[in-house]
Write a protein that binds this ligand. Structure first.
Ligand SMILES: NC(=O)c1ccc[n+]([C@@H]2O[C@H](COP(=O)([O-])OP(=O)(O)OC[C@H]3O[C@@H](n4cnc5c(N)ncnc54)[C@H](OP(=O)(O)O)[C@@H]3O)[C@@H](O)[C@H]2O)c1
Length: 228
């Protein structure tokens, strides 16, 4: 069964998401405390967000000629109960270990990832699943995440391109948005949902929670109703 997907993000009033542009914005604590109110077993981010905010651009240590015993999905830690999921279709990210803090790492790949990269993930103790041949099928990805791991609810934590991919595929169930009181205006910054040149019909949402938080933040929660 598909896990429940809650997109959890901080945005400027004009929907931009690169918080580092806002100076020493006190958004991290509120982001984490509100995230902790959800009963989620996993959080998921795109390759760019992982590289910028978590791996610091670490390159994978690929050893020529190495290969895994097979090219099937791989579960490195069968006991894990909390997870960090990286969307990394081509296998570009380097990892120091098989976890981020206490969360076991799962890399979501396509068949384009090399044997050397799979062997590298196994050495680092990172789990991986294949979500497509050339393109990722996020419905398949979510199904596999719930079948192979004890994941019922996932926090979709950006960036805008990954959020947009899941929204377009009709796979986002809720939006949890922290609005920070700044107008960013930078065209170079991704928006909460990047839907590309063919965005399709607008997604309709139903407001279900409004809360004022310290530092001028407003927490809005919505159910995603679908595309109309
Ligand atoms: N304000 C917040 O709450 C918040 C939260 C998270 C992130 N952020 C910020 O958001 C920024 C990054 O956002 P972003 O939108 O540029 O990047 P992103 O969504 O983190 O990552 C985009 C990458 O993910 C992979 N990807 C996305 N959709 C895919 C698809 N349908 N199929 C295959 N691969 C797919 C691609 O990787 P490849 O290029 O390798 O193919 C793509 O380049 C960062 O500055 C980060 O700090 C802010």
């Amino acid at each position: 069964m598909k896990p429940h997907v809650i997109c959890h993000m901080v945005a400027s009033l004009d929907g931009r998401i690169i918080t580092s542009r806002w100076g020493a914005a006190p958004t991290t604590k509120a982001y984490e405390t509100t995230a902790a109110t959800f009963d989620a077993q996993a959080w998921l981010c795109g390759r760019v967000t992982m590289e910028k905010d978590f791996t610091d651009g670490l390159a994978p240590d690929l050893r020529p000629g190495t290969a895994p015993p097979d090219r099937h999905d791989f579960v490195a830690d069968k006991e894990a109960t909390s997870f960090a999921v990286a969307i990394d279709a081509h296998g570009k990210l380097g990892w120091e270990a098989g976890h981020i803090d206490a969360d076991h790492l799962i890399s979501v790949l396509t068949e384009q990832a090399s044997d050397e990269y799979l062997a590298y993930l196994r050495r680092q103790g990172v789990s991986y699943i294949f979500g497509g041949t050339k393109e990722l099928d996020f419905k398949l990805v979510l199904d596999k995440l719930s079948q192979l791991f004890p994941i019922k609810t996932i926090l979709l934590e950006g960036g805008g391109h990954v959020n947009g991919s899941l929204l377009k595929a009709g796979l986002v169930d809720e939006l949890s948005l922290l609005h920070y009181p700044v107008i960013d205006g930078a065209a170079s910054s991704a928006a909460v949902f990047e839907l590309g040149k063919q965005p399709g019909p607008p997604a309709k949402l139903r407001l279900k929670h409004v809360e004022q938080l310290p530092d001028g933040l407003v927490w809005l929660r919505y159910d995603v109703l679908g595309h109309h």
